[in-house]
Design a protein around this ligand. Structure first.
Ligand SMILES: [Cu+2]
Length: 181
């Protein structure tokens, strides 16, 4: 028995593949993962975390996280605290709580990277994005990120949901140099 798909279904699949490839090529940051996530917390990931060195650090191991930092997010577009200090080499578990009634997210990055990404989110508000340095947290829920700050400097955490970054939903992370790697 011939199990091949009909021409029309394989054509649809080809169009889907093309659309995905085009989105990935145009918006590599936003389209690196395909799974939808906007309606569920990010504590349960389906695949292994990809550890890619970024200017602001690298995905961390939970067992190396000796410090846990709780961060609150609210509908007045503010993070509490808005300033976080860590030492270079430190692995931190961020426990990010959404105290508001709308979706918020916690995204670590450089100022330039976050600003660029936030602009993209205004143009394409429904664009999916998911990386080990972000947590998308529905109202009343808590998300977690384990991140190793192996680069010293001043970085940012921000909510990149359309309009939130522009509304001031930004905080500072200061990574002091000289810690053990
Ligand atoms: Cu927000």
């Amino acid at each position: 028995m011939n199990q091949a798909r009909t021409p029309s279904s394989s054509r649809r699949a080809a169009i889907r593949r093309l659309a995905t490839a085009t989105a990935a090529a145009t918006f590599p940051l936003l389209a690196t993962r395909a799974q939808a996530h906007t309606d569920k917390p990010h504590t349960a990931r389906t695949g292994p975390v990809v550890k890619e060195q970024k200017d602001w650090g690298i995905a961390g191991d939970a067992k190396r996280a000796k410090r846990s930092i709780a961060v609150g997010m609210a509908d007045n577009m503010r993070f509490t605290p808005a300033r976080i200090e860590v030492r270079q080499g430190e692995t931190v578990k961020f426990v990010v709580r959404n105290d508001g009634k709308q979706m918020h997210e916690f995204v670590i990055g450089t100022k330039a990277e976050n600003a660029k990404h936030a602009e993209m989110m205004v143009k394409f508000p429904n664009m999916e994005h998911d990386e080990p340095y972000m947590a998308h947290v529905p109202p009343g829920k808590t998300g977690e990120i384990i991140w190793t700050f192996n680069r010293a400097g001043e970085f940012e955490f921000a909510c990149l949901i359309a309009g939130h970054y522009q509304g001031g939903m930004v905080g500072t992370i200061l990574v002091a140099p000289g810690g053990k790697p």
